[in-house]
Design a binder for this molecule. Structure first.
Ligand SMILES: Cc1ncc(COP(=O)(O)O)c(C=O)c1O
Length: 379
């Protein structure tokens, strides 16, 4: 249990003396989660440890904590291994009709575009790209792009290549008015910003587990509004979702699901993925114990300290304030590679994206980490 008196960085490693300011690429895992993962890997050295109880409880635990994270019912959570899993699932399971349109954002992270392009090839869907004037789609741009054939709009909550934040409440309102499903990729915000599925006008929320949620790589989930989920086609027939232990050897198998459809019917295969899901559950519980609101306040304070310092150092941040991602650039853009290399050589890890530098501090970072970055760029 995390105590309020503890610093947010307590419970994480020492990063071998480096300063990790690249959560937008990979979040760091709490040490308790690392230990839990090591223990779970150890179960496989003695397979008797892989009990039937653990097969059931591990995915259940992840599903329950994700439901708490987004304030949804546990059976509305779909377990996955990426953002792409949830988006592909939706692209294949949506009940498309010929001529249906999907709107995406030009310049978005590819995971938000490619599944719909596949649906275009497979199901006769038409994908149209909105080119936003200011990095993310505004309400006016979304409204102007919609036609009577538009069924779905897919946008990032926070854009990976600019840090711009979509006003999902406002865009959600226009989508609801027009009967368009709003699909949001929250990978760059979940864990750093609160999300409430019971009040936000979003129909599907997709997220990775390995950035701001501090889980291992190869984790992700989706939440579908029950009204959307109820319309989806089945796209998998998985023995573990469909059969009980007693049914396994039946010779009259059918693909029919039991009448009481199971919460795991859309999950990725093999969710008793002990080595990944055990530490992920612990990492998620850590994030929730600290509290997402508290983490947001902490992260924003670091973002502001960084933005102010960068401006003073003559490398003004060009991203919007209030984003978990802070983009900045040397006045001579060609020098950004050198700045990136100098930061890395000085032990400070940021990302280089779209010709600019991107810092993304999170709960394990401190003001001293920001000052270490600033000392390098001042030099
Ligand atoms: C917005 C966004 N979505 C998704 C991903 C990753 O996608 P996936 O989990 O499908 O590999 C990233 C970055 O890695 C991202 O920035």
């Amino acid at each position: 249990m995390v105590s309020v008196a503890m610093a947010l960085s307590d419970g994480f490693g020492d990063f071998a003396g480096r300063t990790w300011l690249n959560t937008a690429h990979q979040g760091a895992m709490p040490l308790a989660a690392v230990r839990a993962g090591q223990e779970a890997i150890g179960w496989k050295a003695n397979p008797a440890e892989l009990t039937a109880k653990r097969f059931i409880e591990v995915p259940q635990r992840v599903r329950a904590v994700l439901a708490r994270l987004v304030n949804a019912a546990t059976d509305e959570i779909v377990l996955g291994n990426s953002a792409s899993y949830g988006l592909h699932l939706l692209a294949h399971a949506y009940p498309w009709a010929d001529g249906d349109e999907v709107l995406v954002m030009a310049g978005d992270f590819p995971s938000d575009i490619l599944p719909w392009l596949l649906a275009e090839q497979r199901f006769g869907v038409r994908v149209r790209r909105i080119s936003p004037r200011r990095n993310v789609v505004s309400v006016d741009e979304a409204t102007a792009a919609m036609t009577s054939r538009t069924r779905l709009l897919c946008v990032p909550w926070v854009h990976s290549f600019s840090g711009a934040v979509t006003d999902i409440d406002a865009v959600g309102e226009v989508c609801r008015d027009r009967g368009v499903a709003l699909v949001v990729n929250g990978s760059q915000a979940l864990g750093a910003r609160p999300f409430d599925a019971s009040t936000t006008l979003v129909d599907a929320l997709i997220g990775v587990g390995f950035k701001w949620l501090c889980g291992p790589y190869g984790t992700g989930f989706a939440w579908f509004h029950p009204a959307l989920r109820g319309r989806l086609r089945r796209v998998k027939a998985y023995w573990l979702s469909q059969l009980s232990q007693a049914d396994l050897a039946r010779d009259d198998l059918t693909v029919e699901m039991p009448a009481d459809r199971r919460p795991d019917e859309y999950d990725i295969f093999g969710t008793a993925n002990f080595a990944n899901y055990v530490p992920w559950a612990v990492a998620l519980e850590h994030v929730l114990d600290v509290g997402v609101e508290r983490i947001m306040g902490h992260d924003l304070a670091l973002d502001n300290r960084l933005a102010d310092g960068l401006r003073e150092a003559g490398l003004p941040p060009d991203g919007p304030y209030g984003s978990p991602l802070v983009f900045f650039s040397h006045p001579d853009r060609a020098a950004n590679d050198r700045v990136h290399a100098e930061l890395a050589a000085a032990g400070v890890d940021v990302a280089s994206r779209a010709g600019r530098l991107r810092a993304s501090p999170h709960l394990y970072n401190t003001a001293a980490d920001i000052d270490r970055l600033l000392a390098v760029v001042r030099g």
